[in-house]
Design a protein around this ligand. Sequence first.
Ligand SMILES: [Zn+2]
Length: 78
Amino acid sequence: MIEAEPGRDYVDRETGERLEVVAELLPLAPTASELPWSVENLRFCNWCDQLAQKDLNDCPHCARRMTPLAPEEEGDAR
Ligand SMILES: [Zn+2]
């Protein structure tokens, strides 16, 4: 998936065809998370205190990057 900026044309490197925007990603897209909207899957955004799914990196309300809840990646904390 390519992140496209509005107003810019993107050309396929191999075919030279102009890529058309099929779907725009919106900050409030409800499909951004695969988790059901239930309490155990929700957290509070550290920026705006609104509920957001835990598997989201960016808050769906204020679109800011939320701090990770519990870092599970081991060996990466140096
Ligand atoms: Zn927020």
